[in-house]
Design a binder for this molecule. Structure first.
Ligand code: GLA
Ligand code: ZN
Length: 709
């Protein structure tokens, strides 16, 4: 009988942002880019496994992620552990020479667990206690879940932690959601006590004097749900402070779960531990996880073909979690997704293009969900390297195998390569939550689409971006964009100031600097702590329905400017800044819309601080960003080629590798910017060569080192 005595679990800790915490990454030890993906052989008989591995050989699959959904097999009852299937899966993969990323499997519960411990299933936003079903649905406050999850992680680590084929741990799966049960309410109160210590502090932070909310006992505090502060839905709270803290708490509660499992793994295994993130996933503040991940990894399922900069930005976010270290692309579909209303296939060449895009932005792996398609249940139509027929002559398989060959050819040269950047985009989950959870001024405003719009001109110019938290060290950047920096916390304003005082460029804009870390308004003109830096104040803020545009006319152009603003229109009053553009319509026509303050720097140079008072369109944003990039000589070589993405990584050997990724719909003729070898074809190319890039073409150019002098 296995020993299943409960193990002591770590105490709750309250985490802040990772300022000052070590975030150095530790990646799986491999000598090549990992190529493969999620594989669930427990779903098929042995003869299929034989065929699968033959196919994997043909596609040069090096790595499989297993055990992500096997908890009901490994622990069919609380007192029964059965590793026979997982042993077989792990051994077979090892015998076939594959590396293994091993799941702890705690993202999907076995049915007995929910029945035996009803507190494990969550209570939803509407207050309904869920019954058994679905996945990703355990309450992170349930002592039973926490105990059982840590135990299985411990047992897995004990059994497989020193297996030579296992290279990494994959905890849970796609952490997400929130729980509103009594246990979570109690944990929330505990978290609040640790944060505020006294109710006076809490009442002050939440401004509870409004609507007679003064709390006199911690037990009066409720999680903000449809039954309490959110009558109007998840995006409408009566008390921003409560909701903001609950989102932070929920992030920390999920993180605690990850820590529990990681701690259990560490009892027996020193291998790197990750969990698969989801890019810009609003419910969890991934920046709060940075220090706890050994390496970052994520699942890339872009919705659109025509916004490659949005995917690039998500990769940059992942790379930013570990201070620029590479991450793993843990999942992507090799053909289709299943969960959307309409699920088109990836067009020919797109999986390859998007895979190299991931590598270009710092991925040290190219992994799929999934290696073979499920026979039944909701993902049976989800794309897979092998479909139900197992054929090797499908377009998908041929493309996967073709890419496998390329990945093999590139080998280990890019492992650990860094991304040289001089530009940063500041992302702040607190601001994201704050601008989308409350009334006024415009409910249609979306944080993610705003930062994506701002990232686009950097992408178009071929200027790589680091995505950083507000706590980041900004001293390495020439251009720092901080859109919708709604909450200004700690010393953020001071650190932005030093960018300008070094001669750098800071770009911020509407609805920034409005509130403090508790989402209480600054008792000052907007943009609050940024006002002095930007040399501007906001006199009033107008709003309009999406699609209602107000021309933004750059000075000196006599109304010829095609730029326009949308949704939010701040009427600006310069106070030290120069007016660069004005509104073209409405009662504030002619009033300032965009300003720029010049900051004098020693040696006659100057720093710049832009303030953009509206949700500016692509034309306007491109104009501002291009001005900033040109000033710092950061415009890439193909800025004038539509759809052509340019990115660079510097390999551990010091070699520079450039990526040219053609996302555009038409052929592009370019003049090559540097000499080197295309790692995908072995072709030697020279600077100045005229090359035609077809849609979805990729060049991975290892630059020739300049001859030693
Ligand atoms: C996520 C999950 C996988 C699978 C895929 C389908 O990324 O982690 O288990 O559901 O989506 O796209
Ligand atoms: Zn709960």
């Amino acid at each position: 009988m296995p020993d299943l005595r409960p193990r002591p679990l770590p105490e709750v800790t309250i985490l802040g942002h990772p300022a000052g915490q070590p975030v150095a990454a530790r990646l799986p030890e491999l000598d090549h880019l990992a190529y493969g993906g999620d594989y669930s052989p427990e779903q098929w008989p042995d003869e299929i496994w034989d065929r699968d591995y033959e196919a994997f050989d043909a596609a040069r699959i090096t790595t499989v992620t297993v055990g992500v959904f096997t908890w009901a097999l490994t622990q069919p009852d609380e007192d029964v552990l059965d590793f026979s299937m997982l042993d077989k899966i792990v051994q077979r993969a090892a015998d076939e020479g594959r590396s293994i990323c091993l799941g702890t499997g705690t993202g999907a519960l076995p049915p007995w667990m929910a029945r035996k411990y009803p507190d494990i299933t969550r209570v939803d936003f509407e207050g309904r206690r869920h019954r058994y079903g679905q996945r990703h649905n355990a309450c992170w406050s349930s002592p039973d879940y926490r105990r059982l999850a840590a135990q299985i992680a411990l047992r897995l680590a004990e059994r497989y932690g020193s297996h030579p084929a296992v290279v990494a741990w994959h905890v849970g799966n796609e952490y997400g959601g929130r729980c509103y049960c009594e246990l979570c309410a109690a944990e929330f109160r505990r978290w609040l006590k640790a944060r505020y210590e006294t109710l006076d502090e809490l009442n002050e932070a939440w401004n509870t004097v409004f609507w007679s909310h003064r709390f006199t006992d911690w037990d009066e505090i409720e999680p903000p749900s449809a039954l309490t502060e959110h009558w109007g839905g998840p995006g409408k709270t009566a008390f921003q402070g409560i909701t903001l803290d609950f989102h932070r708490f929920s992030t920390d509660n999920a993180l605690r779960q990850f820590r529990d499992e990681k701690g259990a793994i560490r009892e027996h295994s020193e291998l790197p531990v990750t969990t698969n993130f989801m890019g810009f996933f609003q419910p969890l503040d991934y920046h709060r996880w940075s220090a706890d991940l050994d390496f970052a990894s994520w699942d890339n399922y872009p919705r659109r073909y025509d916004e490659p900069w949005a995917t690039a930005l998500a990769h940059d976010l992942m790379r930013g979690l570990k201070d620029g270290a590479p991450f793993w692309l843990m999942e992507q579909t090799p053909s289709v997704t299943a969960s959307r209303d309409v699920n088109p296939v990836r067009r020919p060449g797109i999986v390859r293009l998007w895979s190299w895009q991931a590598v270009a932005h710092g991925a040290d792996s190219v992994l799929y969900f999934q290696m073979r398609a499920s026979r039944g249940a909701c993902e049976m139509t989800h794309g897979a390297v092998l479909d139900h027929s197992g054929r090797l002559d499908t377009r998908t398989f041929r493309e996967v195998a073709g890419l496998g060959k390329e990945v093999e050819t590139v080998g280990g040269i890019l492992l650990g390569a860094r991304t040289p950047t001089r530009c940063a985009l500041v992302v702040d989950w607190d601001s994201w939550w704050a601008v989308e959870m409350a009334d006024g001024p415009n409910r249609h405003l979306r944080y993610l689409s705003t930062i994506t719009d701002w990232a686009r001109p950097f992408w178009e110019a071929g200027a790589q971006l680091d995505v950083v938290p507000v706590t980041a060290d900004l001293s390495a950047y020439d251009v720092v964009a901080a859109p919708l920096l709604h909450l200004v916390k700690g010393d953020t304003a001071a650190r932005l100031r030093t960018v300008a005082e070094r001669g750098g460029t800071v770009i911020t804009g509407c609805l920034s600097g409005r509130a403090d870390e508790d989402d209480r308004r600054f008792l000052a003109d907007a943009p609050g702590p940024l006002a002095g830096l930007a040399g501007v104040r906001v006199a009033e803020t107008d709003a309009a329905e999406p699609g209602v545009m107000n021309p933004v006319v750059f000075d000196g152009e006599g109304g010829a400017s095609p730029a326009a603003g949308e949704m939010v229109f701040e009427v600006l009053v310069p106070d030290g800044a120069e007016v660069l553009a004005r509104y073209g319509a409405d009662f504030y026509a002619g009033e300032p819309a965009i300003t720029r303050r010049a900051v004098a720097v020693d040696g006659g140079r100057e720093g710049h601080v832009w303030y953009v008072g509206t949700q500016l369109d692509a034309t306007g944003l491109s104009r501002i960003v291009t001005d900033a990039l040109e000033r710092h000589d950061l415009v890439g070589p193909y800025a004038d080629v539509p759809g052509l993405e340019f990115a660079t990584r510097i390999a551990a050997s010091g070699q520079t590798v450039d990526f040219l990724l053609h996302h555009g719909p038409r052929d592009a003729t370019i003049r090559l910017h540097a000499s080197g070898t295309d790692l995908l074809t072995g072709r030697d190319l020279s600077a100045g060569d005229v090359i035609v890039l077809h849609p979805a073409d990729v060049i991975v150019l290892r630059r020739t080192r300049p001859a030693p002098r």
